[in-house]
Design a protein around this ligand. Structure first.
Ligand SMILES: [Zn+2]
Length: 242
């Protein structure tokens, strides 16, 4: 019996629809707003596959973003590393609030769309809350200081970007975007942004050390190219631009 001819079929990854339960979780995780620009209009929110594989519906690979930011991600104006970093933040923030057993008074978000095709969710999300509290970092934690937190984000992003560059130099050392946060947590006995503010410099030095150890970091150093801005100049720039 002749086999059906499908040899020419390309190995394109099949898009799989995101279940409504998963949608709901993702919208809750994002607090029904775009984590990049903060827009809270659910009609413009979409689900993005971080690794660009539309068949990978692992919750770690999915993030709610607005249409605008989605375009920026697709164009590379928002780097994949920045998206992973943001996703990690959302995951960590959610785990923390779950552990504390804090039930937000208005948890329910009804996503009526059963399937999500082409990353566009039907705008049938019912909101039962006006505005939920943003993730609160404890006082005296690095997360509570916007500029210091921003600088840590910046260093971590630099590390991810360099690791990505390393791959283009042929480094086969695999890495996961969760890695640095896990390493930090193991070393500092606290999640990245929950670390006490008094350890800010120690944390900076630690991440800087990681950046310097990348192939890209070593190349830069050998060419006297700075690997990152100092906290002082980062801070000055933030204060200048608000
Ligand atoms: Zn956005």
């Amino acid at each position: 019996m002749p086999q059906p001819e499908n040899q020419t079929r390309k190995h394109t990854k099949q898009r799989k629809s995101v279940s409504s339960l998963l949608c709901k979780k993702l919208y809750q995780e994002a607090d029904n707003r775009c984590p990049f620009c903060g827009v809270a209009d659910v009609a413009v929110l979409e689900i993005h596959h971080i690794d660009s594989d539309p068949s990978n519906n692992q919750i770690e690979n999915l993030i709610v973003v607005c249409g605008n930011c989605h375009t920026k991600i697709t164009r590379g104006e928002i780097s994949q590393a920045a998206v992973y970093s943001k996703k990690m933040e959302l995951l960590l923030a959610n785990r923390t609030s779950l552990r504390k057993g804090e039930k937000s008074p208005m948890q329910s978000v009804n996503v009526n769309a059963v399937t999500v095709n082409d990353s566009i969710i039907a705008n049938t999300v019912t909101l039962n809350r006006k505005r939920s509290p943003r993730m609160q970092y404890p006082m005296d934690s690095i997360g509570a200081d916007v500029i210091k937190k921003g600088y840590i984000d910046y260093l971590i992003k630099r590390y991810y970007d360099y690791r990505q560059a390393d791959a283009s130099y042929g480094s086969i050392r695999s890495f996961s975007y969760a890695e640095i946060h896990t390493t930090i947590q193991r070393r500092f006995k606290a999640k990245t942004f929950f670390i006490h503010i008094s350890r800010f410099e120690e944390l900076c030095d630690f991440i800087k050390g990681r950046v310097k150890q990348t192939i890209q970091g070593k190349r830069n150093r050998s060419h006297y190219i700075p690997n990152y801005d100092s906290f002082e100049s980062y801070e000055a720039e933030q204060l200048q631009h608000g």
